[in-house]
Design a protein around this ligand. Structure first.
Ligand code: COS
Length: 402
């Protein structure tokens, strides 16, 4: 049983507490049995991802991936609900967490910036699981440096002609639709980017590679060769792409922190059980102060991360606007602390902790990618430092103007 007092924190409302309780009961029945299922082959992974989306849809849980007018539960994407759900799923299965959140992230730019026609066309099918969604941002030479992307689209009458390649795309090869970020304008850097919804069956779109990663998830490389995409599939205005990508990440980065929190909580539960059961030198290892220090550190870090995650989610839900700083802090701290907590859970588990198939071994692999995707830890630090510097610079400029 993991710690649940955080559900009483003032960041959450009664509807969130109810959601967390209901979702945990459901996940215990429908997701827990899939926890140890880790297919390595593409077909097995795709089948598992489809099965998970089907189960989420049947439970009505994908309604949390889109806003209410288009089949969703809350009037706008509710970050606290998404965080609670990811945190719970991560305690059972990294793949379940992945398949759930990709429906939200993959359609997030449509929820946030799509026209009424686009929202009506795509979002209800995402919420019902009829369509699987994906977010195609990264390129070989443009991971952290989004503005350096080379994929481009040129307007030709009523269509954009899209050329280029995207790499390490979640749900690549499985998705029915991709939000593809590309260069459409002559303006340099961030200002020249746009976002297009590209359907998977568009001629010229090919999935040319799949990636086998340490914690298996469906990830593909997409290639676009003269793909004709209706100009009406543009999100926002031409040149809005960078803002659309960053605004989507403002919503979803806190939820990455929440998933990390879930992995850490599960590892800590395993570590506590091990510490109480395992006898060494005539007594349970939990009686030794060196083990107690590890348990104390884990409890402290988990609570600190939870405070940052739910602070960020609450700020976005209640105040709107940008939460780039809060989300960066939540993602950075929660993913880094989860790596440490899981590592110590492996240590407490001793030799069995590194046996393939043990829960802590799986978590040890699951957590690693979270320190990289949706902005590396290093990028989060740059964002936090940049915001700190801009506050001081802003104050100085105000003083000078007085
Ligand atoms: N919401 C809305 N607008 C935003 C924004 C946000 N969160 N962040 C930046 N912008 C806007 C800025 O306001 C600025 O607009 P103006 O030119 O009109 O002033 C513009 O976008 C450029 O912003 P900024 O100068 O801050 O961008 P930088 O190039 O300095 O930094 C970083 C951008 C490095 C922080 C960004 O590229 C980033 O987060 N990279 C990581 C990307 C990532 O997560 N990749 C993983 C792929 S997804 S798995």
């Amino acid at each position: 049983m993991t710690e649940r007092t955080y559900l009483n924190w003032p960041f959450l409302e009664e509807s969130h507490r109810q959601l967390a309780n209901d979702f945990r009961i459901w996940a215990d029945q429908k997701i827990a049995p899939l926890s140890d299922h880790e297919p390595r082959d593409d077909a097995g992974l795709d089948a598992l991802a489809r099965e998970l989306v089907k189960r989420f849809a049947a439970g009505g849980w994908l309604q949390y991936s889109v806003p209410a007018p288009w089949g969703g539960k809350y009037p706008s994407l509710d970050v606290r609900a998404l965080c609670l759900m990811r945190e719970i799923l991560a305690q059972y299965s990294g793949m379940a967490d992945f398949s759930f959140v990709m429906q939200g992230l993959g359609s997030g730019p449509i929820s946030l910036f799509g026209s009424e026609v686009m929202r009506r066309k795509y979002l209800p099918d995402v919420a019902s699981g009829r369509r699987i969604a994906a977010f195609a941002l990264s390129e070989v030479d443009s991971g952290s440096d989004v503005a350096a992307m080379k994929t481009n689209a040129r307007l030709d009458g009523e269509h954009y002609i899209l050329n280029g390649a995207k790499t390490l795309i979640s749900n690549g090869g499985l998705a029915d639709q991709y939000v593809v970020f590309c260069r459409t304008e002559d303006s340099p850097g961030a200002r020249g980017l746009s976002a297009l919804v590209v359907e998977a069956n568009t001629p010229g779109l090919e999935v040319t590679d799949r990636f086998n990663v340490i914690a298996p998830h469906p990830l593909g490389r997409l290639e676009f060769k003269d793909c004709r995409v209706p100009a009406s599939n543009l999100l926002g205005e031409p040149g809005d792409g960078f803002k659309i990508a960053m605004s989507s990440l403002d919503v979803f980065r806190s939820t990455v922190g929440a998933a990390a929190l879930g992995f850490a909580r599960r590892a800590n539960t395993e570590a506590i059980a091990q510490a109480r059961q395992r006898i060494s030198f005539g007594k349970p290892i939990a009686d030794y102060q060196l083990i107690q220090e590890k348990l104390a550190d884990a409890a402290l870090k988990i609570d600190a991360a939870a405070l940052l995650v739910y602070r960020s989610a609450w700020t976005k839900d209640t105040q709107g606007g940008r939460v780039t700083r809060e989300a960066a802090m939540a993602k950075l701290y929660a993913t880094e602390m989860a790596q440490e907590v899981i590592d110590q859970a492996v240590q407490i588990s001793g030799g069995m902790g590194v046996v393939v198939g043990s829960t802590v071994e799986r978590l040890y692999r699951e957590i690693r990618g979270l320190r990289i995707y949706e902005g590396t830890s290093e990028i989060q630090k740059l964002i936090i430092a940049g915001e700190a510097l801009s506050v001081v610079e802003g104050e100085e400029a105000m003083k000078a103007a007085e």
